[in-house]
Design a protein around this ligand. Structure first.
Ligand SMILES: CC(=O)N[C@H]1[C@@H](OP(=O)(O)O)O[C@H](CO)[C@@H](O)[C@@H]1O
Ligand SMILES: [Mg+2]
Length: 605
């Protein structure tokens, strides 16, 4: 046993509650043994916080050392990298989650996933008490903690404790969940160890979807008002709402459901959606038949999943479908969903997040109209939203549209400004938020029993019951493939629509997404909710000149927050034009922003 390990053990014993009377002795032993570079600062670290920080550092050095000298930032959805780079980051995020829990005086969540990234990657994100993404200010704290040297850990932790006025003697509680990646269990254990070193109470839900962890955290912190914070509680809440809504519609208009067919084909990207949607499908099998593919037998996200289908605008592999079958794809951690089908001429037709947002917005507006309730309803999109969807929502539905930068945290935040805020990224990540005022007004409409208008108010009460049941079906904490699937199926059934009826609401502008690899993607500086760039200087002018040459042309570029690439998006009046515009823009990026390798000349197929 080497000196560092002996020290780590002494430090670990030192923070143990029942050995606390021995703290001074153990701390001296630590420093006498020369416990790494912290020995000196350990001397100054009096009190429980110092002891814990020191123990955290010792354990980090011995069990989760920083082995790669690469800088990793807390990006669009937490940390993401090659799984083998992440041991120390997971451990440190476990520590940080325990501190975050103490700051908020509530349970927080930690999800281990890299979503749609390849199977060799992994990642982690911290979930705040109401199930929302980690506060943006703490992303910087997380990045700093992730990137320091091993022997700076105790002082960095103490600094956070001091800056955030954290009382480390208060209880802390952290919920954990992980996806199906081979590396996830090991990385989850590293994070759990971190939280335990900081004496947090730990609950590990094992393999669950990302939105389930968001739900568990929110439900627990609401004292179960939001739902039962268990796996069964999650499934029952959503399934019961789906069933009640169906019963409401059937009692109103009978079993006839127009063009709606209660059957879908589901591609699970070989991720956690497979086992989870299977569980849901068993609960509702009398109402909806779900035929599952890519449920775990193949490689995660490989030639399948929501991202593959959306970006490549093609069917996933290893899925058997017939013309007009309504199909869905989840991503690897089941927080995104896209719909699609093949038409009679075997042409692939995509119904993405913009379509889901429009469907939901239109339906909720129709319920509000029946209830005669005026509310501030808005749809939040990003620059990736198809221009035709924005036009439809504004001009046909007559609802407000807000545009924010990419990343769920921005959409979620903006959606909270509305009484009903519907947000979806075009890639299929999204949900609906209902304000307290909305819930109060709709509950009042449900109870409207004024005798004169009792009969007349029947439709109003039914609309209110539907809206309240709908709210129960929504995972308001974050985008949730399972919840979103139930919502879409519910609306299509209520409207009596086939997937083609849904698609007929508007016609998408043809579009194309490409990726360009550059030396440093951060040389691209975005402005105007990512619609334009300010750097490299002059490049936006080049883009504008190019865009003006394409009918209904629109294009923008931005550095990805989850991959080491610059993303290019273009739309125009025809697919050929959208493709051409995308390639030209990509070439300009490659030329003027330090492109690596060959210039992009081809369209991804
Ligand atoms: C164009 C696109 O789909 N970007 C995705 C992707 O972010 P990037 O920062 O573009 O890599 O992953 C994010 C996390 O899942 C998601 O929020 C976002 O919408
Ligand atoms: Mg995801």
């Amino acid at each position: 046993m080497d000196l560092t390990t002996v020290c780590a053990l002494i430090c670990a014993a030192n923070f143990s509650y029942w050995l606390s009377p021995l703290t001074p002795v153990l701390s001296s032993a630590c420093s006498l043994l020369g416990c790494g570079t912290s020995a000196t600062s350990a001397f100054n670290m009096s009190g429980t916080a110092g002891t814990l920080a020191l123990a955290a550092e010792a354990k980090g050095k011995s069990d989760f050392p920083r082995q790669y000298d690469i800088n990793i930032e807390y990006g669009t959805a937490g940390f993401r990298s090659k799984a083998e780079h992440l041991d120390h980051i997971l451990y440190r995020m476990g520590l940080l989650a325990a501190l975050r829990s103490r700051v908020k005086g509530a349970t927080v969540g930690v999800m281990i996933t890299a979503s749609h990234n390849p199977v060799a990657d992994n990642g982690v994100k911290i979930i705040d008490p109401q199930g929302e993404m980690l506060e943006i200010r703490w992303e910087t704290i997380a990045s700093d903690l992730a990137n320091i040297k091993d022997d700076e850990l105790s002082s960095a932790l103490l600094q956070i404790i001091k800056d955030e006025s954290i009382d480390v003697t208060k209880p802390a509680s952290v919920f954990f969940g992980r996806d199906t990646r081979p590396s996830s269990e090991h990385l989850s254990n590293a994070a759990v160890e971190g939280s335990k070193v900081f004496q947090a109470e730990v609950k590990d839900f094992g393999i669950v979807t990302t939105p389930m962890v968001h739900y568990f955290v929110a439900a627990h912190n609401s004292n179960n008002e939001y739902g039962d914070p268990t796996i069964d509680g999650y499934f029952e809440k959503l399934a019961n709402a789906f069933r009640s809504f169906r019963e409401e519609v059937v009692s109103e208009r009978g079993p006839e459901s127009g063009n709606y067919e209660p059957k879908i084909v589901a591609d699970m990207a070989n991720g956690v959606g497979g086992p989870m949607l299977k569980k849901m499908s068993e609960l509702i099998k009398d109402l909806l038949t779900i035929e599952l593919f890519n449920t775990g037998e193949g490689e995660l996200n490989h030639e399948s999943g929501a991202d593959y289908v959306k970006v490549r605008q093609t069917l996933p592999k290893r899925v058997r479908i017939k013309a007009k079958d309504r199909c869905v794809s989840f991503d690897g951690d089941a927080d995104r969903i896209v719909y699609y089908y093949q038409d009679q001429s075997v042409k692939f037709r995509l119904l993405d997040g913009d379509r889901i947002a429009s469907l939901v917005a239109g339906y909720l507006k129709s319920l509000l109209d029946i209830m005669n309730i005026e509310l501030n309803v808005g749809v939040v999109q990003t620059a990736y939203a198809n221009g035709a969807s924005t036009k439809y929502i504004k001009e046909v539905l007559k609802l407000k549209v807000a545009c924010v930068p990419t990343g769920v945290k921005y959409l979620h935040h903006k959606a909270q400004e509305f009484d009903i805020g519907i947000y979806f990224e075009a890639n299929g990540h999204g949900t609906v938020l209902f304000s307290k005022k909305t819930k109060v007004l709709v509950k009042a409409a449900r109870e409207d029993k004024s005798s004169v208008f009792y009969r007349l108010a029947g439709g109003k009460r039914s609309a209110a019951r539907k809206m309240l049941t709908f709210i129960d079906m929504v995972n308001e904490t974050t985008g949730d493939s399972i919840s979103d699937l139930l919502i879409v199926e519910t609306i299509l059934h209520a409207r009596g629509w086939s997937v083609e009826d849904w698609e007929n609401c508007y016609t998408d502008l043809p579009n194309r997404q490409l990726k360009v690899t550059v030396q440093d993607r951060n040389v691209i500086k975005v402005i105007d909710a990512e619609c334009n760039i300010s750097e490299p200087e002059g490049l936006q002018d080049d883009f504008d000149r190019l865009i003006s040459m394409f009918a209904e042309g629109r294009a923008f570029v931005r550095p990805s927050g989850t991959e080491d690439v610059v993303r290019v998006y273009a739309e125009s009046n025809t697919q050929a034009n959208a493709d051409k515009l995308a390639v030209h823009i990509a070439k300009l990026v490659h030329q003027k922003a330090g492109g690596i390798g060959d210039a992009p000349t081809w369209i991804m197929k």
